[in-house]
Design a protein around this ligand. Structure first.
Ligand code: SF4
Length: 267
């Protein structure tokens, strides 16, 4: 989305996402005004990696290349060598020399998945997304018994045991693509439930079942941060050209370098 934002000639971008997405758009488009519907829409994964602690972690491991998932603050990106998305992480890591020592943050589940498919032993930051980290293995197994023909689609931000029972592990775009081209009729979808709308729109003849969470207090698989963005807030942001994302220019310049490196390596 941030890349799309940088390609438009519009002066104002409204990023209908969470804070780090608006920040990334602002880093890529410093001359544009970047708005978000709600400045309070954060991200538990980005919050699981405070920049000062991450900087200490990096400093205590000299000689490591630092790779960060895009779901991070600008301040964490500024301590990073290469940013990745869930869609290009494998390609970027594969492009690095086999003996390169790598720190991967902040998502331990995505990092563990990349380690498993690349054979690397990246050092993982202990962060996670509260939505993807709470899916229930037992609940999904029970759903499989009730729907034996259903395929299991898992986002790599989910825990390793869930990745291991998946028919497909992939980014949101990869899961959508798989569901559109695969021949099964039913799917158990193990990622934030917002994707279900797009899956049902693209594949109206198929059945998409939301996987359950195993959190005693919250059984749902919705991201409460993303759901803070409402149509009313979108309309107000467009009307008032506010709230605006601001990033200190010096910090933005440091955070831009690892994003540009990702864009160069993932071509
Ligand atoms: S689902 Fe929400 S909390 Fe989790 S990574 Fe996405 S934006 Fe962050």
């Amino acid at each position: 989305m941030a890349r799309k934002a940088s390609e438009t000639d519009a002066d104002i971008i409204l990023m209908c996402g969470v804070h780090f997405m608006g920040e990334t758009a602002k880093i890529l488009c410093p001359d544009k005004k970047v708005l978000v519907p709600d400045l309070g829409a954060g991200c538990s994964l980005a919050d699981s990696c405070p920049a000062d602690r991450f900087a200490d972690f990096v400093a205590s491991h000299p000689g490591y290349t630092v790779v960060s998932y895009v779901n991070t603050t600008a301040a964490v990106k500024a301590h990073t060598d290469i940013v990745v998305t869930s869609g290009n992480a494998r390609k970027v890591i594969d492009s690095l020399p086999a003996d390169e020592k790598i720190i991967f943050g902040p998502d331990k589940n995505l990092g563990s998945y990349i380690n498993s498919v690349t054979g690397r032993e990246m050092l993982l930051w202990d962060g996670a997304c509260h939505v993807h980290d709470r899916f229930s293995l037992e609940g999904i197994r029970n759903m499989k018994e009730e729907h034996p023909g259903a395929k299991v689609l898992v986002h790599p931000e989910c825990r390793r045991p869930l990745q291991l029972i998946a028919d497909k592990v992939g980014s949101t775009a990869a899961l959508l693509d798989f569901a559109s081209t695969d021949d099964a009729r039913e799917y158990i979808v193990v990622t934030e439930s917002g994707i279900l709308f797009e899956m049902r729109r693209k594949c109206p003849d198929k059945v998409f079942l939301a996987a359950p969470a195993d959190d005693a207090e919250c059984q749902c698989n919705e991201c409460d941060y993303m759901k803070m963005n409402t149509l009313e807030k979108v309309a107000r942001a467009l009307r008032e050209e506010s709230p605006e994302i601001k990033v200190d220019p010096e910090l933005a310049a440091r955070a831009l370098r690892p994003i540009e490196r990702m864009l160069a390596l993932s071509k």
